[in-house]
Design a protein around this ligand. Sequence first.
Ligand SMILES: [Zn+2]
Ligand SMILES: [Zn+2]
Length: 133
Amino acid sequence: VTRDHTVLTESKGVRSAPTLFCPAHREEPLKLFCVSCDQVTCRDCQLTYHRHHRYQFVEEAVSSQRQHILSLLEHVRQQHERVKKMILELDLRSVCLLGFPFCFLALPISQPHRLLCPPRETVGIQRSSLSSS
Ligand SMILES: [Zn+2]
Ligand SMILES: [Zn+2]
């Protein structure tokens, strides 16, 4: 993913995302990221509304987020490996279970079929109501 992203930005010749300006302070670019509020802010916002909040420069925030995502991906990959191992183990166990087919032969096949059939009385009522109309 990272490799594709680099190629894309290089081919377009764009250094970074287009500058966005603060809706409250139209002169100020949104170049800060308030970590406490989890949103982008401008310098003025950070000094007023987000005073005493923890903040980063957007570029820093992006790179730290990327690191975070990469570590999450690594975690997911490890989980995936673990699950794969578990499935393999379960497969082996189910093969062992299939070695005893008498469990399947003992199932009463006729019983559920009988339950699915509609009662004869209901069918009779429906027929008589249709013929009278
Ligand atoms: Zn602002
Ligand atoms: Zn804030």
